[in-house]
Design a protein around this ligand. Structure first.
Ligand code: ACM
Length: 537
């Protein structure tokens, strides 16, 4: 213990005095010229100040985090794990015993007033040290994503006898433009496994997305186990679009997803869509049904034919159980109640329903989110509208003092085809090529004042996709653009610059085995290995 305190103090001293004087003398490294401002960082940080030298990441680098912060310790371990998978290096975290340390990455908890948001961070990269300052583990985690992006895919083994990964020196000051940066996955039309969802989380977190909204229920399937109503998944989970096998998350599965997202400082937002889009629930429990027909399992893609019976107290007792069981497993402050396309619910019944369900969500300690139609109800200003279709509904929400999440279908729907020839997806809202997805301004779109915008979310509906490879084809590269639209400031966003940085994401996407859409608008900078493979093919 004393020894470890001694080492910690030594490390801090080394940091202050410049570590090379403390470390055992080694041969001088030859470092390449660099330019931090030319790195392919996405989302682009608020400020980048290059100093044109390099930090040599190598086997003599150690990671150290502020003492007494378990959260920062976990962020340090995450960084070490990711450096290992990229470079093969095994960097020790908060232990230097038995290791020669030349350089250090120090993740530092600070309460500086310069760090405005909980996700703000500063990166100081010098020849001998990298210091990552953040107020919270969340801020440190965002900074770690920037650092990961600065580590070259290939080591530099020409300048020196030993292998190094040169990281450009300089300073980065960064914070998010919007606090909410989301993606949505529809696991109801087609089911996606826990492993698929985890891979999506891995990829989104690398680009600082902090919310994954799971559309858990729809006409074609109910995907989350509710212990007090078991037929929801036994019956309602048995189908999906196109007659494939369906499936559902057990509560243990769901908790595993929530925990995995939590490790990536990402919240899971569960959606139970109602009163429309409820055919699967009504097949399982017909008393819920309010459309006057006998509900049957449904594997098609039409919308708007189902509704709960909004005037039965037993329906609200059911909803109370569902919200209670799901919120008990969900640390995020939000619960999404859907509310879209309830075409067979009378307007007055719809309003009555949404008003009552908002109270249930609040009773269970959460803020309600609803698709923009929900704003027609008498909602509290703490509830949130997700603008996908109607500017009028979004304006109504703003008049009620509500915040709005921007997901305009014409710009932000990941399930829209890129162009008439691209595979998968639909085009009822628009074709959305990679530039269209990026070139719009959430800050001024539809005249919603910036203070009412919580953030941007890119939904991925799954009528036409049934596996992770198809999911990736629609989500990437467009999701990367939405990350910049929601994290980076309007002044810092620029399509010509973005497309150069996007082109350089190819080696990462390849290493992660992502089936991204190779849009011709981008001059993809593939890794040498994949170019060789393509040429051989
Ligand atoms: C929606 O696309 N129905 C929200």
């Amino acid at each position: 213990m004393i020894k470890s305190i001694f080492f910690k103090s030594l490390i801090l001293l080394c940091l202050i005095a410049g570590i090379s004087s403390c470390a055992e003398k080694k041969e001088q490294l030859i470092l390449p010229e660099t330019d931090l401002a030319k790195e392919a960082l996405i989302p682009i940080p608020l400020k980048i100040i290059p100093t044109n030298s390099a930090f040599a990441l190598d086997q003599f680098t150690a990671i150290y985090t502020s003492p007494r912060s378990e959260g920062l310790n976990r962020v340090g371990a995450f960084l070490s794990e990711k450096i290992n998978s990229k470079t093969g290096l095994r960097l020790p975290v908060n232990t230097i015993e038995g290791t020669t340390v030349d350089r250090i990455i120090y993740i530092n908890q600070v309460d500086s007033s310069e760090l405005e948001e909980k996700e703000s961070y500063q990166l100081y990269i010098k020849k001998d040290s990298i210091i990552l300052n953040a107020k919270t583990a969340e801020g440190a985690f965002r900074g770690v994503q920037t650092l990961r992006q600065l580590i070259p895919e290939k080591s530099n083994d020409t300048l020196n006898k030993r292998v190094i990964w040169p990281i450009p020196t300089g300073k980065i000051i960064d914070q998010p433009n919007f606090v909410y940066r989301g993606a949505m996955l529809d696991v109801a039309r087609h089911f996606f496994s826990v492993e698929d969802v985890k891979k999506y989380i891995d990829l989104l977190a690398y680009y600082k997305i902090n919310a994954l909204h799971l559309h858990l229920t729809d006409d074609q399937g109910w995907r989350i186990e509710i212990k007090s109503w078991p037929r929801l998944t036994e019956v309602g989970g048995s189908t999906e679009v196109g007659g494939e096998a369906g499936g559902f998350y057990t509560q243990e599965d769901y908790k595993e997803i929530v925990a995995y997202a939590g490790k990536h400082h990402m919240m899971i937002i569960p959606e139970v869509d109602m009163p429309g889009h409820t055919n699967a629930a009504s097949v399982a429990y017909p008393f819920l049904n309010g459309n006057g027909k006998t509900p049957k399992l449904y594997e098609g893609t039409h919308v708007g034919f189902s509704t709960f019976d909004t005037r039965k107290d037993t329906v609200y007792a059911f909803i109370d159980d569902v919200v209670r069981e799901i919120t008990a497993m969900t640390p995020s402050p939000y619960f999404h109640i859907g509310g879209d396309e309830s075409h067979v619910t009378k307007k007055k019944d719809f309003i009555y329903f949404i008003d009552r369900v908002e109270k249930i969500v609040q009773k269970h300690g959460k803020q309600m989110i609803g698709w923009d139609e929900a704003a027609k109800a008498n909602l509290d200003s703490s509830s949130i509208a997700q603008f996908w279709n109607s500017k009028e509904n979004a304006t109504t929400a703003v008049e009620k003092g509500m915040k709005v999440i921007l997901s305009p279908a014409k710009k932000a729907y990941l399930d829209m085809q890129y162009d008439p020839l691209s595979k998968h997806g639909l085009h009822w809202a628009a074709y959305i090529p990679v530039d269209t997805a990026y070139v719009w301004t959430p800050e001024t779109y539809s005249g919603i004042p910036k203070e009412n915008i919580l953030g941007v979310e890119a939904p991925l509906w799954s009528e036409t996709i049934s596996n992770i490879s198809e999911l990736e084809y629609l989500a990437f590269p467009r999701a990367i653009g939405y990350s910049e639209l929601s994290w980076s400031t309007e002044e810092n966003r620029n399509w010509d610059d973005f497309k150069e940085r996007l082109a350089k994401q190819a080696p990462f996407l390849e290493r992660m085995n992502v089936n991204y859409y190779p849009s011709k608008l981008i001059d993809w900078k593939k890794s040498e290995h994949s170019i060789e493979t393509i040429q051989k093919d």
